[in-house]
Design a protein. Structure first.
Lengths: 14, 256
């Protein structure tokens, strides 16, 4: 089973 | 102040139609490079990044950088009052409360003027790292739209596999499974119908189809779409326009 990631995991929130 | 004149109101209408189901309240950031926006959807799974380059406007006048806080549902209502072929002029003061939209027909005998109230929008900006993607696939945007709409009938996720042989979109759900494989091909007569695959290493990633179907609303902007993938990073879906782009980023689904 795969779960949905969010963009914050890959990109820096600035 | 800002004064930006666009030959075809239809361009802005198509851009707004492409993104308004994903994001609602956005800032149009106006600076020397043009009018840009970056916004995430509420779930922080997808991001839209748009640029209408200043060269695409004639004239493009801007005294200082401004952010126009806009509700896209409201902007859509005003843009419905424009014909696609109308000339569109955007005007705003340096610290604007409203955005003026002026629509003129090509014959120059009708001028419509609308004022849209602006909002204060506090926006999170994502630092998007420069990425060298392992695979870049360009294909007809209508083909990508058809594949996404077909596969979402069977499943809520699609696995995209890019290899030297081609690109395979596959899904599996309660009623069964399905896949579509595209081979690289060069259409000499109609380059827009070509499928090109640039690959440095094979990639396999899984994404939510709901978002991809949503991105495909941008198909009206460009007959070609480019998918850029690397293992374990967000997918980039790009629709290039003559003088700008709409890009979507989508976080992958990852196994535990």
């Amino acid at each position: 089973v795969k779960s949905q990631t969010t963009l914050g995991r890959f990109f820096n929130l600035s | 102040m800002l004064e930006a004149r666009l030959e075809q109101a239809g361009v802005l209408k198509k851009v707004v139609d492409a993104i308004r189901d994903l994001v609602q309240d956005i800032n149009f950031d106006c600076n020397d490079s043009g009018i840009a926006l970056q916004a995430m959807d509420n779930s922080h799974v997808a991001l839209v990044s748009m640029l209408l380059k200043s060269e695409g406007f004639s004239p493009y006048r801007l005294d200082r950088n401004i952010a126009l806080g806009i509700n896209l549902t409201s902007l859509t209502k005003v843009l419905r009052c424009a014909q696609n072929e109308d000339i569109l002029t955007l005007k705003a003061e340096d610290t604007p409360d409203t955005l003026s939209l002026i629509f003129e027909n090509a014959e120059n005998d009708r001028i419509s003027e609308y004022e849209l109230k602006l909002m204060d929008i506090d926006q999170e900006h994502l630092g998007i790292p420069e990425t060298e993607y392992a695979a870049a696939i360009s294909m007809p945007s209508a083909e990508f739209q058809r594949i996404c709409r077909d596969l979402i009938q069977l499943s809520d996720s699609v696995t995209i596999e890019a290899s030297k042989e081609g690109v395979k979109f596959s899904c599996s759900g309660d009623i069964g499974s399905g896949s579509v494989t595209l081979r690289q091909q060069n259409n000499v007569d109609k380059p827009d119908l070509s499928t090109k695959i640039e690959l440095t290493e094979p990639v396999t990633l899984t994404f939510s189809l709901k978002y991809l179907v949503n991105f495909c609303k941008a198909s009206a902007l460009s007959s070609v779409v480019t998918l850029s993938l690397s293992n374990e990073v967000p997918l980039l879906v790009e629709y290039a326009m003559g003088s700008g782009f709409v890009r979507f980023y989508l976080a992958p689904k990852i196994g535990e």
